[in-house]
Write a protein that binds this ligand. Structure first.
Ligand SMILES: [Zn+2]
Length: 223
């Protein structure tokens, strides 16, 4: 089935108007358009107003119900903390959700097994990656204490941490990224950085306080 797909935004602006009924779209209400800056309609004027809502959560249900529906309105809400729109779910035909649910329960075991295998494969990949990362650390910092390169690599690569080890640059083992990981490690493990908080000093002042110690240790480890 050819599915008509459109984005729906729970707005973060007060200036949006429906091009169909000309009504103003209140803050936090659904605005149907390719991006929030495009011209678009209110939810009532969109083809999605009669459809059923499927919350995000199951990738298989999401994919399959979209496939079975002639319309799919993907709902996004603004995450203020992360400053970005995030997917909340989708509006699709009720029958499409039912069909997708039937398909999903029919091959549930097969998918569980596949997911399990994928998880194991990812874990192996992660392990290899951390080993390579730690080798790169050791190469740049040959005098770093024994096994420390592994601790630094593990910490920097922790999943979903957003830490330096997981950025694209670090994957090429860029020197500046390795430096950042080693620096962070030294700051927390080799200086009194962590114990200085809560005494009226700003983070900035504390950081600049330990800067010299960090530079000194970095140089020693690099020798
Ligand atoms: Zn409208």
């Amino acid at each position: 089935m050819n599915t008509f797909v459109q984005n729906i935004y729970l707005t973060k602006k007060e200036t949006l108007k429906c091009i169909s009924c000309n009504k103003r779209i209140a803050l936090g209400q659904a605005f149907v358009a390719e991006t929030e800056n495009h011209k678009g309609t209110c939810f009532a004027c969109s083809p999605f107003s009669k459809l059923a809502f499927l919350k995000s959560g199951s990738a298989a249900l999401t994919r399959r119900s979209k496939k079975h529906s002639s319309y799919c309105g993907v709902l996004f809400a603004w995450n203020r903390r992360r400053k970005r729109f995030e997917r909340k779910g989708q509006y699709v035909e009720k029958a499409a959700i039912a069909a997708a649910q039937a398909e999903c329960s029919a091959d549930e075991e097969k998918r569980a097994l596949k997911n399990e295998r994928a998880a194991v494969a990812r874990e192996v990949q992660d392990k290899i990656y951390i080993e390579e990362f730690s080798k790169a650390i050791r190469a740049f910092y040959p005098n770093c204490p024994k096994n420390r390169e592994l601790a630094i690599a593990k910490h920097a690569c922790e999943k979903h941490s957003g830490r330096v080890g997981r950025t694209a640059k670090a994957k090429e083992f860029d020197k500046s990224m390795i430096d950042l990981a080693v620096e962070a490690h030294i700051r927390h493990k080799e200086t009194n950085y962590d114990s200085q908080f809560g005494r009226g000093k700003t983070k900035r002042a504390i950081r600049s306080d330990v800067k010299q110690d960090i530079t000194y240790i970095l140089r020693k480890w690099a020798e």
